[in-house]
Design a protein around this ligand. Structure first.
Ligand code: GLU
Length: 310
């Protein structure tokens, strides 16, 4: 169960960090870099290192990839605490947080398909003649929702739900910001700290009304990551720059749910020979294929610019 406090608590625990891959493919060099960076940070700070498997998406995640993660990380020389938290086993925790936010009027059902969202954005651009000026159209985590269902009448929304129309649950960001402000009127800035970039002003509009409950499950990446980091007492989040913008929304969720805000460390992304970042979708060589071709752990560690082993 998630402890829902009314005010964020101060970080008073020891250094605990984590590596939280999604088992939707085999790990590549970018993952190795991220995992080793987090692992070393834990060691250097006399802290703990946890591994968490982010497998909420049953359509993309496979148990054999989870096994592959264990195998690859052990081969790299990492050690982690057990039992490992598998997000798919904790849907109740996320559902509870989702219901709390719903009860507080901070979520609304969204019936749009990706196609509807794209069409709406194109239409708006056609009217204004220029690309969106108030908010960017795409954040690092996808299209910025144009707000179509935010103004749907409660009666219409209830009727659609009654008819089992597939729907997601989105955060009403302006309602969320207003609620945070009303609870802490003296707090003029919403900030967080990144060890690489320093004090950061929260810019949640870069992501907008994100999905917190997906059509097929009572959670999303943003919700489960925030809940788990709190439940696992993570004090320092070490992860790639690709998730830097997502942090703005994570801070908002932590404030809403009364969860502590960890210290962040977003490291630069490792690039391949062509200057592209490693990705599961591209043809980046996996650690497994590199290992099978006879490349040693030491060679991998030196290839990613980390001089000594873990
Ligand atoms: N599961 C996410 C991924 O594989 C990482 C989440 C995080 O580190 O916050 O990209």
């Amino acid at each position: 169960m998630v402890p829902l406090m009314t005010t964020p608590s101060k970080i008073s625990q020891p250094y605990i960090t984590r590596f939280a891959p999604s088992p939707s493919g085999r790990l590549h060099l970018g993952h190795a870099y991220s995992a080793l960076t987090a692992y070393r940070a834990a060691k250097q700070n006399g802290g703990r290192f946890l591994l968490r498997i982010e497998d909420i998406d049953a359509s993309r995640c496979k148990p054999e990839f989870t096994d592959g993660i264990f195998e690859d990380l052990a081969w790299l020389g990492l050690k982690w605490e057990t039992p490992v938290r598998l997000q798919s086993e904790h849907m109740d925790d996320y559902q509870q947080a989702l219901e709390t936010l719903k009860d507080r009027g901070l979520l609304y059902p969204c019936f749009c398909t990706r196609k509807d969202i794209r069409a709406k954005i194109n239409h708006t651009q056609g009217i204004s003649g220029t690309p969106h000026h108030s908010a960017p159209e795409r954040g690092t985590t996808g299209l910025i929702y144009p707000g179509t269902c935010r103004t749907l009448s409660p009666t219409k929304a209830a009727a659609l739900i009654q008819k089992d129309t597939p729907h997601a649950w989105r955060l009403n960001l302006s309602a969320a910001l207003a609620q945070i402000k009303s609870k802490a009127p003296n707090e003029t800035e919403l900030t967080w700290f990144d060890e690489v970039k320093g004090k950061i002003m929260t810019e949640p509009h870069l992501l907008g009304d994100v999905i917190l409950g997906r059509k097929e499950m009572p959670t999303s990446y943003h919700l489960s990551v925030v809940i788990d980091d709190a439940l696992q007492n993570i004090s320092h989040i070490v992860r790639g720059m690709d998730l830097f913008e997502a942090t703005h929304i994570h801070i908002i969720l932590q404030r809403l749910l009364g969860l502590p805000t960890p210290v962040y460390h977003h490291h630069a992304l490792l690039l391949d020979d062509t200057g592209e970042r490693f990705a599961k979708s591209s043809r980046s060589a996996t650690l497994l294929s590199m290992r099978r071709s006879g490349i040693s752990r030491e060679q991998i560690i030196s290839n990613i610019g980390l001089s000594e082993g873990p």
